[in-house]
Design a protein around this ligand. Structure first.
Ligand SMILES: NC(=O)c1ccc[n+]([C@@H]2O[C@H](COP(=O)([O-])OP(=O)(O)OC[C@H]3O[C@@H](n4cnc5c(N)ncnc54)[C@H](OP(=O)(O)O)[C@@H]3O)[C@@H](O)[C@H]2O)c1
Length: 285
C-alpha cells in the first residue's frame, strides 16, 4: 500500500537515505526542511540529493512550534531522523522539544504511527544528547500514536572521523578498546526503517553486519590510512577528569565529551542488518 509519509530530519545523512528508500518503496514523502535549496544539493558522506524525490516540501523552524502546525495533516505515517549532531543548537530544543511538537501535531491529525530514530543505550547515557533522546522516546511510548523506536549503533558517516584521525596518525580508545560496536550504512538502516514504518509499534536495537571492537576499528582505519598506529588509551580516571574539565567549560563541551567518551567505552551492538560493509565504505572515500 502506498503511504504519504512525513519525514523530519530529511536533509541529514540518514534522513536523505530514508527519503530515497521511501520513494523506492513506492511511498510519497512530505519533507520537513530548513532549506529546500540545500536539500536539493548532494548530502555529506555520499547521502543522496532530494531533488525529484519529494512530493511536498514544508519549510520549518523547530524553535517555532507554530511552524510545525499541520506538518502531519493528511499523512499516514511520520518518521523522524531529526537530531543535533554537528549543528549548533541545544539537543534539548531539537531532539526533545522539536520532536515533541511534531508528535503533538501527529496526535492531532491521528497519524497511524511515529517512527523515531533514537540511539542505542540512550537510557544509560549522561550527555544532554542521550538524555534528550531518551526523554523523547519515553514520551513517544506513552503517546496516542503507535510508537516505533529504532535504536541504532553508530553510522558509517560518523566512523569517517576515526579514519580522518588515523590519517593524522592518531587513534583513541578507552582502556584496551574492548567495547564492541557494529556501525551501519545509512542506506541499510533506511531500508530497515521503511520496512518497519508501515507496521505495528515496536522497538529495535540495530547495527550493521560487521561487529568489531574499537581496538579492531582502530587497526582497520590505520591499515586503510597506511599509517603506523599511535593509539591514546584513556583510563577511567582520565575519562572522569576530561569530563570534569568539559563540564566546567561549557554545556556544549560537556555534551560532546560525555557523548563521545561514554560512547567509546560502551558496548553498542544491535541486531545486525544490511549488506554494506564498513571496510568497503571507508576504502571508497
Ligand atoms: N550519526 C550517528 O552515528 C548516529 C548514531 C545513532 C543515532 N543517531 C541519530 O540519528 C539521527 C540522524 O543522524 P544523522 O547522522 O543523519 O544526523 P544529521 O546528518 O546531522 O541530520 C540531522 C537532521 O536534523 C536536522 N537538524 C539538526 N539540528 C537542527 C536544528 N537546530 N534545526 C532544524 N533542523 C535540525 C538536520 O537539518 P539540517 O540538515 O538543516 O542541519 C538534519 O536534517 C539523529 O537523531 C542522531 O542522533 C546518529
Amino acid at each position: 500500500m502506498r503511504h504519504l509519509v512525513t519525514v523530519a530530519g530529511a536533509t541529514g545523512y540518514l534522513g536523505r537515505h530514508i527519503v530515497a528508500a521511501l520513494v523506492e518503496g513506492g511511498h510519497s514523502v512530505r519533507a520537513l526542511v530548513r532549506s529546500r535549496a540545500s536539500a536539493e544539493q548532494p548530502g555529506s558522506f555520499g547521502a543522496p540529493s532530494l531533488e525529484g524525490l519529494v512530493a511536498q516540501w514544508r519549510i520549518v523552524d523547530y524553535a517555532l512550534p507554530s511552524s510545525l502546525r499541520d506538518a502531519c495533516a493528511d499523512t499516514d505515517r511520520v518518521i523522524s531522523a531529526l537530531g543535533v549532531t554537528r549543528q549548533k543548537a541545544s539537543p534539548w530544543d531539537i531532539d526533545f522539544l522539536g520532536n515533541l511538537h511534531l508528535l503533538e501535531d501527529a496526535e492531532r491529525h491521528e497519524v497511524s504511527s511515529f517512527l523515531y530514530v533514537n540511539v542505542i543505550h540512550s537510557d544509560t547515557g549522561t550527555s544532554l544528547t542521550t538524555r534528550s533522546k531518551h526523554a523523547f522516546s519515553q514520551v513517544l511510548k506513552r503517546s496516542l500514536v503507535a510508537a516505533q523506536i529504532v535504536n541504532p549503533s553508530g553510522y558509517f558517516s560518523d566512523i569517517t572521523d576515526f579514519l580522518l584521525m588515523a590519517e593524522k596518525g592518531l587513534g583513541l580508545t578507552i582502556g584496551d578498546g574492548a567495547a564492541k560496536l557494529n556501525p551501519v550504512h545509512g542506506a541499510d538502516l533506511a531500508e530497515f526503517i521503511v520496512a518497519k514504518c508501515t507496521g505495528p509499534a515496536g522497538a529495535w536495537n540495530v547495527g550493521g553486519p560487521d561487529i568489531m571492537s574499537y581496538q579492531e576499528l582502530e587497526q582497520l582505519v590505520f591499515a586503510i590510512a597506511d599509517r603506523r598506529a599511535h593509539i591514546l588509551r584513556l583510563g577511567p580516571r582520565t575519562v572522569r577528569a576530561l569530563i570534569g574539565i568539559a563540564d566546567h567549560s561549557s554545556p556544549q563541551a560537556s555534551n560532546l565529551a560525555r557523548f563521545f567518551l561514554e560512547g567509546l567505552g560502551q558496548e553498542a551492538v544491535g541486531t545486525p542488518i544490511g549488506t554494506r560493509h564498513l571496510e568497503a565504505y571507508l576504502r571508497s572515500l
